[in-house]
Design a protein around this ligand. Structure first.
Ligand code: ATP
Ligand code: MG
Length: 400
């Protein structure tokens, strides 16, 4: 049950750009070799802001997955799926909505922020208010341990933890729980049972977190415990309720802010983005026409990298040596701006060659991508259904 699983999603609202690659996808690629990962196309989340322009979504679902694969996501290691193909997410969202206080959602910082920022869209909808709870369902349904997020999303993971805690508190007590827990302890064998009882006392009476950890690893190592008993004993260890939903942790992605071609954060809505698989001629033109230090009017004027958006791109793409070359020769007017831009152009184009190579097989044969996603959706669905069986039972919905 507590499998160290990582879950994350992205909204299919446009072609992925270098900001998505450097800010999120590179991190996903690293995580997939460290944990079992699940990455999903958040098409319902896209609808929360794009219900007026739904064509955007259909057009971008497959392209976005191809961008993921282009970045190096490996479907043999990682489960890739589409949110709307696992309707259990919606079921859990509905069930969680029954016991989530309205204030918790109204207080999520992105709620008011985004409404103000995207003032051209009417976001005074029920779906938009509820989207952090849908996100909570996306995570909890897979009992994920870790959620890779940027700083702005941390409050969403915190909300998810609160929702899980409240759910376990309200519904975690199964009939005859204490008796079942005591029966399960016997299955540990006498030595382990004694240790377990000790850890439990130390944690519950003295708040000793180390004892909690030790108790958990004892359970992890006890091979003759079934899934249900192990969950029960996890819960009994912590305070005598069964943990149905697991509280995830945020895996904070180191502060990375990929600048766009105007120096502001790269975003498709600011029109300053370079797509991951953009045509090389267009990439070259975009960078060659990028603004530079506004004070450097003539070629002979010395420049200041700190005032130049191109310098920000050097910091992402260039070696220390090249950065040094830029610093010295910009300030001494030793090089012109076009000369300075060339290493950035070369680096971006080289990066994109790899993206294009990886994407090509899927562009040649669209059936490949359909098959990968069908397989991923099926795997995701099986996991989601397992959780939903427990959730329905806990909420009094398992009447046959
Ligand atoms: P856009 O910002 O281009 O309009 P979006 O709003 O649909 O796209 P986001 O939710 O902003 O997409 O981004 C998806 C992921 O990519 C997030 O994890 C976000 O942190 C990351 N990301 C997007 N743009 C950047 C950037 N310029 N620098 C770093 N990370 C980024
Ligand atoms: Mg954005």
């Amino acid at each position: 049950m507590f499998s160290d699983r990582v879950v994350s999603g992205m909204r299919p609202t446009g072609a992925l750009h270098l900001g998505h690659y450097h800010g999120a996808l590179k991190n996903w690629v690293r995580l997939q070799s460290e944990y079992p990962c699940m990455f999903f196309v958040a098409d319902w989340h896209a609808l929360t802001t794009h219900y007026n322009s739904v064509e955007v979504i259909g057009n971008n679902v497959w392209e976005m997955v191809i961008d993921w694969l282009a970045a190096g996501i490996d479907p043999a290691q990682t489960i890739l799926f589409i949110q709307s193909r696992v309707p259990e997410h919606a079921e859990l969202h509905t069930l969680l909505s029954m016991c989530t206080p309205l204030g918790w959602l109204e207080r999520v910082p992105t709620y008011k922020d985004q409404q103000e920022k995207l003032s051209d869209r009417d976001l005074a909808t029920y779906g938009f208010l509820g989207y952090p709870l849908l996100q909570a369902a996306d995570i909890l349904i897979y009992r994920a341990s870790y959620v890779p997020v940027g700083e702005d999303q941390v409050p969403h993971v915190e909300l998810t933890r609160e929702v899980a805690r409240r759910f376990n508190h309200l519904f975690g007590r199964e009939p005859g729980f204490e008796d079942k827990a005591r029966e399960a302890i016997k299955k540990l064998g006498s030595k382990r049972a004694r240790q377990y009882a000790e850890f439990r006392t130390r944690y519950q009476e003295k708040g000793d977190d180390e004892a909690l950890e030790q108790g958990r690893s004892l359970l992890d190592e006890a091979q003759n415990l079934g899934m249900g008993d192990r969950e029960r004993l996890y819960g009994y260890l912590e305070g005598s309720s069964k943990l149905i939903l697991a509280e995830p942790q945020a895996l904070l992605t180191e502060a990375s802010r990929m600048p766009g071609i105007d120096g502001a954060k790269m975003s498709k809505s600011y029109g300053n983005a370079i797509a991951m698989r953009e045509d090389p001629a267009s990439v070259t033109k975009k960078i060659r026409t990028m603004p530079t230090d506004p004070a450097r009017v003539r070629r002979t004027d010395p420049g200041e990298p700190e005032r130049c958006p191109v310098w920000q791109l050097h910091q992402v793409y260039s070696s220390d040596e090249t950065c040094q070359w830029v610093q010295v020769n910009c300030r001494s007017a030793g090089i012109g701006c076009l000369e300075c831009k060339q290493p950035v152009i070369d680096a971006v184009l080289a990066e994109q060659v790899v993206f294009r190579e990886r994407a090509q097989p899927y562009l040649d044969d669209p059936a490949l991508i359909r098959a990968i996603m069908a397989d991923g959706c099926e795997k995701a669905r099986r996991l989601a259904q397992e959780t939903m069986r427990d959730v329905r039972e806990a909420m009094g919905l398992a009447f046959d």
